[in-house]
Every structure is written in C-alpha cells, then in structure tokens.
Design a protein around this ligand. Structure first.
Ligand code: COA
Length: 244
C-alpha cells in the first residue's frame, strides 16, 4: 500500500520534472515541506521512539526550567524524570535550571538543597521536621544555591550532580560521575568525585564558541550551519565569526 502510494508520487514528480525548467526549485520545495526542523514542543522527537523526550514537555515544576531541544532518554520510565530531581522542596527555594540542547542519559540525578542536614551542631538529626514538642528546635540548613546546567551539555548515564553546581556550556560529564565542583565550559570530567579528564578545545576556541552561542540561533540558522557546527575546525569558526 505504502509502496504503491510512493510509486504514484514518484511518477507524478517525474512528469512534473519533464515539464519544468526549475527542477532544483521543485526538488527543494518538496524537500522543504518534508524536512522541517524538529519541533521543540514535540514530546517524542524521534518518530516511533517513546523512550526519548524533549524534556521541557514533561516537566511542570515552578523550581525547574529546561531549554528547547534538551532531551532525556530512559527506556524504563521516561515520563517520571522528576524522580531524578531529589530533595527539591519549596521551602528551600532552590532551582534547577537546564539550558538548551543538553543530552541527558538514563538515571542522571540532581541532588537539591533539601538534602542537607544541619552540620554545625553535635547532631545532624533533623529534630524539627518531626514536629510536636520538637517543632521549635532551631535547625540551620545551609543552601548551596541553584543548580545550573549550561547549553549543549552531555551528561552520561547514571551521573549525579550535587547541590549548587554550575556546569558550563559544552561540558561532558562521564558515566556514573559524582559532580561535586563546578565544571568549566567545554571540559570533560569523570569519576567520583568528578575530576578533569581533559579540555575539549583550546582556550581561544572556547571563547569563540561562547561568543557564537549557536544554541540561541533560530532552528533555520542552525540547520544552515551544520557543516560548521560539526566540523570542530578552529579556522572555520574563526572565519565565520570574522565575517558575521
Ligand atoms: C567521559 C567520556 C566522554 C570520555 O570519553 P573518551 O574521551 O573517549 O575517554 P577515554 O576512554 O579515552 O578515557 C580517557 C580517560 O578518562 C577516563 N574516563 C573515561 N570515562 C570515565 C568516566 N565515566 N569516569 C571516570 N573516568 C573516565 C579513562 O579512564 C581515561 O583515563 P586515563 O587517561 O587515566 O587512562 C566517556 O568515557 C563517557 O563517560 N561517555 C558517556 C557515555 C554515556 O554515558 N552515554 C549515555 C548515553 S547518551
């Protein structure tokens, strides 16, 4: 049935080609209709695959924000990403901010500030939480601030990000890492605690990439410059920025 439809479309297309001088325009017009950019508001961006979601479409929490095209992959329970954001409580008022085009693998977890117990006293026991006669016990819990993940960050399977961590644009977090310190843009870290494995590019290239901020471009512009974005070529990047 599908093959039948396809052959009808192809024969119509061939007849049109025979009659028109503008074969390329016709071809690109047709392709333009078929090859639209993925829509960031789509839940399942990969046709027929229900284990990968554009994350912002499954999260609705006032303390969490996720940028366009950031995806989460999880073969078991992709819709329940909130289970990976641990100890996020309203009274702590901390936020999880995730940029655009991040790639988040199965089991990546964010430990938020509600996980902190008092540490300055002689006991870490949270007496106050249990109320009753203990309700007025002072409890000083320290917040380490918001967790901020930049743009185009790849977080490997099972990695855990601790409270108040900032991960720079373009960073890579290795499988099963425990991230306890901020991660510089375009660096690769791994291990427990996560340590620098290497920088992805030299300092000058990183500065240029951050100036480029391609993740803020329109989808159209991104598509026009895939060659540059995939090249990893410093000279090409330099030339592009000079003529921009
Ligand atoms: C971090 C990572 C990107 C590095 O890849 P790579 O550059 O090819 O790394 P290599 O295998 O050459 O290893 C380089 C060094 O990093 C170490 N390393 C690699 N991955 C590591 C990890 N997850 N934790 C700690 N150290 C790690 C290696 O032991 C090696 O150390 P050495 O130089 O002392 O021997 C990769 O190992 C990784 O973890 N990828 C994430 C995969 C994933 O989880 N994908 C999810 C589905 S999208």
């Amino acid at each position: 049935m599908i093959l039948g439809c396809l052959s009808v479309v192809l024969s119509l297309y061939n007849r049109l080609l025979d009659r028109t001088e503008c074969k390329n325009q016709l071809l690109f017009g047709l392709l333009g209709n078929i090859m639209t950019e993925p829509n960031p508001n789509t839940l399942y961006p990969i046709s027929g695959v229900e284990r990968t979601v554009f994350l912002k479409n499954i999260l609705d929490h006032p303390q969490v924000s996720v940028g366009d095209y950031t995806y989460y992959d999880d073969p078991l329970d992709v819709h329940n990403f909130e289970r990976n954001i641990l100890y996020l409580f309203e009274f702590m008022q901390d936020k999880l901010v995730i940029g655009k085009f991040c790639q988040i693998a199965t089991g990546v977890r964010f430990i938020m500030n509600g996980s902190n117990h008092p540490m300055k006293g002689f006991s870490t026991y949270p007496f106050k939480v249990f109320g009753g006669a203990w309700a007025d016990t002072p409890m000083q819990v320290v917040s380490k601030g918001d967790t901020v993940i930049g743009n185009d960050v790849w977080i490997g399977n099972g990695a855990t990000i601790m409270q108040g961590i900032t991960i720079g644009d373009g960073a890579i977090i290795g499988t099963n890492s425990l991230v306890t310190r901020d991660v510089e843009p375009y660096s690769i870290v791994g291990g427990n605690p996560a340590k620098l494995i290497r920088q992805r590019f030299d300092e000058e290239t990183v500065t240029m990439l951050r100036t480029l901020s391609w993740w803020d471009w329109s989808p159209d512009k991104i598509a026009q410059h895939f060659e540059l974005l995939n090249s990893g070529c410093k000279q090409q990047l330099q030339a592009f920025l000079e003529q921009a």
